[in-house]
Unconditional design. Structure first.
Length: 276
């Protein structure tokens, strides 16, 4: 798609959302109706494909057609229900375009946009569960995991600037995300330990402790939310790591010394130490 076409779609989507906000619906907005018709045609194409992998590849190919529209809706910053926008959000997750998916999800949650009926889940639930499931599956392989995606998702669903009711979801779904976060941290810890044939420099134990503590907190919270979340064995592994790599001992402040070797004191008689 040319830059001119992208600009036209973004501008048209923004204008449609701004007009629709006055009437409370995107229905009867000509550009929206055109996008919806195209979306329905593309959904029909997807239904003709049985392979999940092939469906994902088609969604990846189709997404550039719709992303300028999504950008226009975000720029308009209006609270109007939009089937096209929400479907594109789901496709972004399916296509592993997580950065765009989270940007769209934040907008959708802020404006209380709901999923089309066919998805049968609330927005926060669907976004969290689909991304968590994808990462839990990936964590079973040797593939590198973009843990930043999980961190950003956790930050999103805990964002108090978004109404709490818009972020509500079943405890089991939230537990899935927490388990995925814990497993991703554990994977990065094991990779760090295995680096250089297990040779650990002086800074690594502190790094391992802090990341193990983070993983421990996620697993404990997940188990509290859902006793069957599958994080109990991982929690035991993390607890073993914490015993092996305890909290770092605070460094003792180094005293300031006079030329004769005695310790410097101030006018009140207090000992003086070097500042770091």
């Amino acid at each position: 798609m040319s830059l001119a076409r992208q600009h036209f779609q973004k501008h048209s989507a923004k204008a449609a959302a701004e007009t629709a906000a006055e009437f409370g619906t995107m229905q009867d907005q000509s550009f929206y109706e055109l996008q919806l018709a195209q979306l329905n045609n593309d959904r029909h194409r997807l239904k003709q494909i049985q392979s999940t992998e092939a469906k994902i590849q088609l969604k990846k190919a189709l997404l550039p057609t719709y992303l300028p529209y999504a950008d226009g809706i975000i720029e308009a910053n209006k609270s109007v229900q939009d089937v096209v926008f929400m479907t594109v959000l789901v496709w972004c997750i399916d296509a592993e375009n997580y950065a765009k998916a989270l940007e769209m999800a934040e907008f959708a949650l802020t404006h209380n946009m709901i999923m089309p009926d066919r998805f049968e889940r609330k927005t926060a639930t669907l976004v969290t569960e689909e991304i968590a499931n994808a990462f839990l599956k990936q964590l079973k392989t040797n593939a590198e995991v973009e843990i930043d995606v999980l961190w950003n998702l956790e930050k999103l669903i805990n964002n108090e600037d978004i109404p709490k009711e818009n972020r509500d979801m079943p405890d089991q779904v939230r537990a899935k995300l927490l388990v995925a976060l814990g497993k991703a941290e554990l994977k990065s810890i094991n990779a760090e330990i295995a680096k250089n044939d297990g040779m650990i420099d002086e800074k690594t134990p502190e790094w391992i402790f802090h990341h193990s503590k983070y993983a421990q907190e996620r697993f404990e919270r997940a188990i509290k939310l859902d006793d069957k979340c599958g994080g109990k064995q991982d929690l035991k592994t993390v607890e073993t790591l914490l015993k092996k790599f305890p909290p770092p001992t605070p460094k003792q402040a180094e005293p300031l010394l006079n030329a004769n070797g005695s310790q410097v004191v101030d006018d009140q008689g207090d000992l003086q130490f070097k500042t770091t």
